[in-house]
Design a protein around this ligand. Sequence first.
Ligand code: FAD
Ligand code: MLT
Ligand code: ZN
Length: 483
Amino acid sequence: MGAPDLTELAASFQGRLLTDAADTAPFLVDWRGRYSGLALAVAQPDTTEDVAAVVRWCAAQRVPIVPQGGNTGLSGGGTPDASGTALLLSLARLNRVRAVDPVNNSLTVEAGCVLANVQQAARDAGRLFPLSLGAQGSCTIGGNLATNAGGTQVLRYGNSRELCLGLEVVTASGEIWNGLRALRKDNTGYDLRDLYIGSEGTLGVITAATLKLFPLPAAQMTAFAAVSSPDDALRLLALAQQQLGAALTAFELISDFCIELVERHFPELRRPLAGHSPYYVLLESSDSDGEAQATERFEGLLGEALAGEDAPGRPTAAPCITDAVLASSLAQARSLWAIREHITMAQMAEGKNIKHDISVPISSIPAFLEQVDAELERRFPGVRVVNFGHLGDGNLHYNVSPPDWGTAGHPPTDLQALQPDINRVVHDAVIEFNGSISAEHGLGQLRRDEAARYKSPVEMALMRSVKQALDPLGIMNPGKVLG
Ligand code: FAD
Ligand code: MLT
Ligand code: ZN
């Protein structure tokens, strides 16, 4: 059978259809340049009905569909395989704000809305949409929901899943399910919304979402603190939770090596504290009280952390931080966040790396790091761990870069060849500590086989049943999430 006739598809929907290699190229390689593929064409629908027409055509022709939003995913979920048989479905033009209801604290947007624009639409209505991540200038809300993205505010507001009230989905057979319910309570059977969230385009296409909004904080405090160890970082977390309660919105761990990489590749971003400490914490509070009260509480917290008082139930009286800077202006707070948000780019600029996205119970993090740091050094001397992440959620991007060839006299390392062995050390330990091998980035193609390795046969069989029920033809993003 030859390739399907695209003129029929072009006639059946009103969006754009790209077929020239120069036009389709940017859609066919992932953000990291780790995966590349080919496609029959790139379809760019403008409306939900357009999406449905494309999906119906694909179902009739048995053409696989790879949905794509902003193409910032880090697990290769939005890149087709090399066969060139799939249709890449870009949702980027489906980007209207449909409705905002400040009284109900809800906002309905189309899947291709860029996250930063969703945040702005909420602000324009005097509300907060709290999902925040480094890629927010280009990732889409559809992609965020499809990957159940986390980011830096999960501690207070939850993952994308918790921020979504309702969905509109084009099913794998091309029907439109309108589940755009703006309800906080709805117990009417199986939760289809939660099935589609985090399914990475393997069950259907998200075309719109109704999102939860929150009051805008009256004051935000941001500080960058030096800690001697992950254990001290956890002591600071306990103290901050005790003192700030729900106002603590972000708690990020950053190793000194991450700061070195940012300094090396983005010299305009300056190290916030003099000297070196093994780790740093970037913490933020968002208060409904005014500026003066928020400042007093935050300064009180940092003072206690420096002086050595501890949270109740944790009797040690030693200081948990060795130094700190409290941002005194919005610009200073932004520059502290810029350092955190440039780690991924700095690590890319440094060269190839192995990405991890692990979570373990927060209390286990110091023991996990001690064990895995030592085991990696024993098995792969000189490898450089780029450890940072959302410590408040127990989620670390425990990434690995090859040895520094220039200084240590190591022979060039074929990192790709080492990946299975390095993954085994890290992921076996994650499972030993009752954790997850993907906290927020999803499985895509990068972690698909790793997940199958660690999940029980019962869990895998249930996942396959869901896939079979919702996508019986197997055309939705084949080869992602499930093999
Ligand atoms: P894409 O990359 O286009 O797609 C991702 C997956 O979703 C693919 O499987 C795709 O098929 C599917 N998909 C996309 N749109 C739809 C749709 N409408 N319907 C069905 N399926 C769809 N993630 C975090 O969780 N936390 C972070 O802090 C974070 N920081 C990041 C920082 C940087 C610099 C970068 C580059 C990425 C970061 N990410 C982070 C990764 C994150 O998953 C993505 O940025 C984002 O959620 C993906 O959105 P996207 O629109 O780019 O999706
Ligand atoms: C982050 O928290 O910055 C991201 O999830 C990106 C990454 O893992 O590189
Ligand atoms: Zn992250």
